[in-house]
Design a protein around this ligand. Structure first.
Ligand code: HAM
Length: 443
């Protein structure tokens, strides 16, 4: 036997209920983002390596240690995208999206790649759902971003905590970096090799080292003291969140692991996630568009880790998460195949119509395509968790009808479709399902 190849370390196949959660979140997000005026954007999975070095920062873990770098056949230095913001900013500049509207609102969903040590909730290929808003500085835009992120989590009804901070003005940050350099310098021997480099190149990054000993030191580090302008901005934002009834806590050591942030930053965590507890993160990055060659443009955004959010949703829904057919259509004998196909088609039409009315997706109707005994087919319906079965056997073919049966109550009756056109037959099936549902509710 040939060796079985496995998915590369840190990657996984999305199948079954995990994928269903992904799709559910994506579709909730899509409708919410459109509702807030965001337009979708899709950027390449790989970019010029320099894009990430110049945006995320060449002293960050993401670029220094975790970037999937490669050269193509012509020797061009490229990298798989570790996050979405850099590519979206590049696309915003390259496609002159600033010319479209004074404020551009964009959203994206897709795979990101980071060479991290895989563990629960941390993958080397993972999916982010993100929003970026260009062209508006100020508290109203910050508030819109946070509200949008929280609204999605609220819709999905998963318990989370919001943490906020402000990285201060450029002067505040210069002063803070000097302060951190001196403070960590005194604790030099307690730090890892990478932190020694951070101390020289980018002291702010000392606060997001993942090595436990460094983390313990960082937890004691002095917090950033905001100047009056940044303090005012943060206070305004907190007031706005209060008015929007979004509970949050200020975490003065929240600096986020990417270099492009310039003002407000936020993160949403969940205690149910263990060590990798961040569900989403974001903030303001007013310098990035200009740094990458575009016009001076304020910007703010966030990205959700879909893998982690899907896990939370799965935890919440548990058993109820499993999707099951509404009706399983059973056919017995050669002559029943075509009549059973018609019943399945009519039931699907009925569900499409109902879904349109309810604004939901049509319920699952499955036809058994295996010529097996009634017992075997009923067993399959039960295994799938079907609510109802539609049986077409010899008797039904003779009567030009279908037996509709409720799996929970065992109640069943013949529905005649004799002489009925499609629309009338759909009505007859609809009435039958209604009757079985009413009886089922009474058990
Ligand atoms: P980030 O905090 O690096 O921010 O990532 C956002 C989210 O992606 C995290 O909160 C986490 O849920 C998820 N995530 C990150 N790494 C992994 C991983 N290895 N496995 C699974 N999930 C992961 C950004 O990427 C920024 N671009 C966010 C942003 C957008 N800021 C402004 N606009």
């Amino acid at each position: 036997m040939a060796d079985i190849l496995k998915a590369p370390r840190g990657t996984r196949d999305l199948v079954g209920s995990v994928l269903e959660r992904f799709v559910e979140i994506e579709s909730a997000a899509r409708s919410l983002f459109i509702h807030y005026g965001y337009r979708e954007i899709r950027t390449p999975l790989f970019e010029d390596r320099a894009l990430f070095e110049r945006s995320v920062g060449d002293a960050t873990d993401i670029v220094k240690k975790e970037l999937y770098r490669f050269e193509d056949r012509k020797g061009r230095p490229l990298a798989l995208r570790p996050e979405g913001t850099a590519g979206v900013v590049r696309a915003y500049i390259e496609n002159r999206l600033d010319a479209d509207r004074p404020v551009a609102r964009l959203w994206y969903a897709g795979a990101m790649f980071r060479y991290e040590r895989p563990q629960g909730g941390r993958y080397r290929q993972f999916t982010q759902l993100g929003c970026e808003l260009f062209g508006a500085g100020g508290v109203a835009a910050d508030l819109e971003m946070i509200e949008l992120a929280c609204r999605l989590l609220e819709r999905l009804d998963v318990p989370v905590e919001l943490k906020i901070n402000h990285l201060g003005s450029p002067e505040d940050r210069v002063g803070y970096a000097a302060m951190l350099k001196a403070w960590f310098g005194e604790r030099h021997e307690a730090l890892c090799g990478t932190c020694h480099e951070r101390l020289e190149r980018n002291p702010l990054r000392l606060l997001d080292c993942k090595v436990p000993a460094c983390k313990a030191v960082a937890a004691q580090a002095p917090a950033l003291v905001l100047g009056p302008a940044a303090r005012h901005e943060l206070d305004q934002l907190l007031r706005g969140l209060e008015l929007s009834r979004i509970p949050c806590t200020v975490d003065p050591r929240l600096v986020r692991g990417l270099d492009y942030y310039t003002g407000m930053v936020f993160e949403v965590t969940s205690p149910q996630l263990g060590a990798q507890d961040a569900v989403l993160g974001g903030g303001r990055y007013d310098g990035l568009v200009e740094d990458l060659g575009g016009p001076r443009t304020p910007a703010v955004g966030f990205a959700i880790g879909l893998d982690r959010l899907a896990f939370l949703l799965e935890q919440k829904l548990g058993e109820a998460a499993s999707v099951a057919p509404l009706v399983y259509v059973v056919a017995m004998g050669e002559s029943a195949h075509l009549p059973a196909s018609r019943v399945a088609r009519l039931l699907r039409r009925l569900q499409e119509r109902e879904a349109l009315i309810r604004g939901a997706r049509p319920a699952w109707i499955e036809q058994s395509l295996k010529d097996r005994s009634l017992r075997a087919q009923m067993k399959e319906a039960d295994r799938l968790g079907a609510s109802y079965v539609a049986i077409v056997g010899e008797d039904e073919v003779a009567a030009d009808g279908v037996t509709m049966r409720c799996m929970a109550s065992g109640e069943q009756f013949l529905v005649s479709l004799s002489g009925l056109g499609d629309n009338e037959a759909i009505e007859a099936l609809s009435r039958a399902l209604e009757k079985l549902t009413v009886a089922r509710r009474q058990i």
